[in-house]
Each structure stands twice: as C-alpha cells, then as structure tokens.
Design a protein around this ligand. Structure first.
Ligand code: AMP
Ligand code: TRP
Length: 332
C-alpha cells in the first residue's frame, strides 16, 4: 500500500514556500495515495511558543490545508499531540539513533546558532520525532520541500537501523517526494535566503493569508537587479532574485521554468512584477479568503481534528503494538 505522511509546524506566518513546496503537491497526491496530513504541534515546542498562539496557529494550519484543497473526508488531518504514539515511538527510535547522525543535521546547527549549549534537547532530537511521525504509520512516501531532504534521509537510516537490529523487514524506507518549481522558494528581500516563517521582515514572504493588495505591494518592493529579465536559464541562475521571482511565476502560472523565462526575456521588471502580482493575488487571495471563512467557525475545524485524531490513532495503535512486540516490551 502506498501511504503518504507529511506535516507543517503551527508556528505562524504560513507562506508561499509552504504552499508551493509542500501543501500544493499534497492536493495533487491525495487522489493516488492513502494520505495523512499532520499539524506537528510537538515539533513547534522545540522553540518557545505562546500557548494561546500555538492553539490559534494549529487551527490556522488546519484551515490552510482545507482551503488549499485537501479533502478532510478522504485524508486524515490531525494534530500530532493527539496521537500519543508519536512521542512514544520517538523515544524508542531515539534509543537506536547514534549521536553522530544527529550531529550532522544542518537545521539544528542553523537554529541553535552560537547558543549550542543553551539549545533544548527537543531541538536536537527533532529529526527523531520526525522519523517517528512517518514510521508510526509505515508511510512509504513523504512530500516536502527541499529543506527537509536531510531529515528524510535520517528517517530512512533510522528505519534501516531498526530493521537490521531486529532482523525484520518491518519499516518501509520512506521515499521523499520533492518536486515542482517551488521546492525551494527564496526570500523576496534576499534571493540567497530561504523564504521563512521566522524572518523578521514580513516583506520577505507572501503569506497564505495576505490579500491581493498586500501581495501586490510586497512584489513591487521585492528586491531585483537593474538589468532586464534574463533570457536563458544559465543567465537566471547567476541572478538569485530574478531567478526566484521567475520560479515563483512559473510555479503559480503552471508553466515550467524555461517557458516562464522565454515569456519575459529582455522585458523590464515592472511589467513582469505586475503579471506576477496578478497570478499570486489570484491563487493566494482565494486560499486566504477561504481560510478566513473556515476560521470563523472553530467548531468545524476542531471537529475535523477530532475525527482525524481518532482515525490516526486507529492506524497507529496496532503498528505501535507490533513495534513493542518486536523490541521485547512486555504488554501483560
Ligand atoms: P515548516 O514551515 O518548516 O513547517 O515547513 C513545512 C513544509 O513547507 C515543509 O515541507 C518544508 O519543506 C516546506 N517549506 C518551508 N519553507 C519552504 C520554502 N522556502 N520553499 C519551499 N518549501 C518550503
Ligand atoms: N520538519 C518538517 C518541517 O519543518 C515538518 C514535519 C514534521 C514533517 N514531521 C514530519 C514533514 C513528517 C514530513 C513528515 O518542515
């Protein structure tokens, strides 16, 4: 059976990178896979969160999934902390994960920065919890943006380590699904930096809740260079801001990158930015409006999460039971 698991952290400022790199691909994939989409609230706790905000953001990510086109009847949508198996399996897998593997994780190095000694244990073991998320459902495919590639390789290594240690072929090795022109959307202020929820400048990103007017303003202010738009892919690659905006355009307009480049080759940025603002406003404006409509009824959102939790638990419990048996944990 082909099963997808993926998730987003409820840490605010859902942006175009989350949409193009992850959520939009899920909408396509839901037809062909058994899908589980999680709001990873336990992962959010690896950095300080305000409890009230965390609850609100959990509902907001749920609304974003549904507004983007994920069908909550067909797919399982739930928040991670409602299924205790995630934390339990993270402990079990943590006992099989060498520190050396975790020491290689670049996200920890970026997030802990110079304050390594003060960083929390949770931030360090973040990728083990992520492996647990996936393996708890024996998921076979994981659609994510490019920045999660290293974490997924670790999840595969951990699955392999379990299978070898116990001489079983229990966990499938999960396949990353990183595809489309939006696997790595960059900041609107700096084409060498990833678009991110935590950038202090709101002008660095297009939020999924921005209206068309805000989107147009942010695109107008987006950093460019003084030359006309590039004529070839090679030329675009050497100009990070132009390359990023063309990638975003291609992705939103449903073109491939060479077609987008050909369309604007030699034109000036202002004409291009008007068109970009138009498509971005159309796509994100609709999703943002639908999110607002859904969020006006928190009872509906909580109902979706409640049913999702029951369905997720029903899949996870027997798998976790088998894992206990394989590992020799007595269940009297
Ligand atoms: P996060 O915001 O870290 O919870 O990420 C949720 C999903 O969005 C993951 O699949 C990420 O890989 C994806 N993602 C986050 N930022 C970007 C970006 N700038 N470009 C493409 N995908 C992204
Ligand atoms: N670490 C992912 C991110 O920040 C979110 C995540 C947690 C995830 N668990 C997962 C993604 C399992 C895919 C599968 O983007």
């Amino acid at each position: 059976m082909k099963r997808i698991f993926s998730g987003v952290q409820p840490t605010g400022n859902l942006h175009l990178g989350n949409y193009l790199g992850a959520i939009r691909n899920w909408v396509q994939l839901q037809k062909d896979f058994d899908c589980i989409f999680c709001i990873v609230d336990l992962h959010a706790l690896t950095l300080p969160q305000d409890p009230k905000e965390l609850r609100a953001q959990t509902r907001e990510v749920t609304a974003a999934y549904i507004a983007a086109g994920i069908d909550p009847e067909h797919c399982v949508i739930f928040n991670q902390s409602t299924v205790p198996g995630h934390a339990e399996l993270a402990w079990l897998l943590g006992c099989l994960t060498p520190l050396g593997w975790l020491n290689r994780m670049t996200q920890f190095k970026e997030k802990a920065g110079k304050h390594r000694e003060e960083a929390g244990l949770g931030l360090y073991s973040y990728p083990v919890l992520m492996a647990a998320d996936i393996l708890l459902y024996k998921a076979t495919h994981v659609p994510v943006g490019e920045d999660q590639k290293q974490h997924l390789e670790l999840a595969r290594d951990i699955a392999g380590a379990f299978n070898r240690r116990y001489g079983v072929e229990f966990f499938p090795l999960p396949e990353p699904q990183i595809f489309g022109a939006g696997t790595r959307v960059m900041s609107l202020r700096d084409g060498t930096k990833k678009m991110s929820k935590s950038d202090i400048s709101d002008y660095s990103r297009l939020n999924m809740t921005d209206d068309a007017e805000t989107i147009a303003l942010k695109i107008k202010k987006a950093k460019t260079d003084p030359q006309p738009l590039p004529a070839t892919e090679k030329e675009a690659e050497a100009r990070p801001e132009a390359d990023n905006l063309l990638g975003i355009y291609a992705s939103l307009a449903g073109l491939d990158k060479p077609a987008a480049i050909a369309r604007f080759a030699g034109k000036n940025f202002s004409a291009f930015k008007d068109e970009l603002a138009g498509v971005a406003g159309d796509v994100l404006g609709k999703i943002g409006a639908e999110m607002k409509r859904l969020l006006a009824d928190p009872g509906y959102i909580d109902g979706v999460l409640h049913r999702g939790a029951a369905r997720a638990n029903a899949i996870a419990s027997p798998i976790l039971g088998e894992i206990f048996d394989i590992m020799g944990l007595l269940r009297p």
